[in-house]
Write a new protein. Structure first.
Length: 94
């Protein structure tokens, strides 16, 4: 198994324990560049997609948004960040 998937699996299981079924819905926004978006990953292997997959089984009451933007610079991300947070209103940012 890919080491990144193993790490995400551990994170997903840890979060599942922290937010048991029936807990108040949580939302996570993955914010970043092409790595967050999933560029240069096999389909379904970007970290937000993998994280969503694990959490869909462990925590169906969790929403995960992928706010990755390929080819974005840090300066551009800083400009986009407030609007991204306003649009997704996450309880956590990845």
């Amino acid at each position: 198994m890919n080491p990144d998937k193993q790490i995400l699996g551990v994170v997903a299981v840890s979060l599942a324990a922290a937010f048991p079924p029936g807990a108040v819905a949580q939302s996570f926004t993955g914010f970043g560049d092409s790595i967050t978006y999933g560029i240069q990953s096999n389909w379904g292997e970007g970290y937000i997609t993998v994280y969503s997959f694990y959490n869909g089984f462990e925590m169906p009451n969790v929403l995960i948004y992928n706010e990755g933007n390929p080819s974005e610079t840090s300066a551009q991300g800083l400009v986009r960040f407030p609007d991204s947070l306003a649009a997704t209103n996450p309880s956590h940012v990845l």
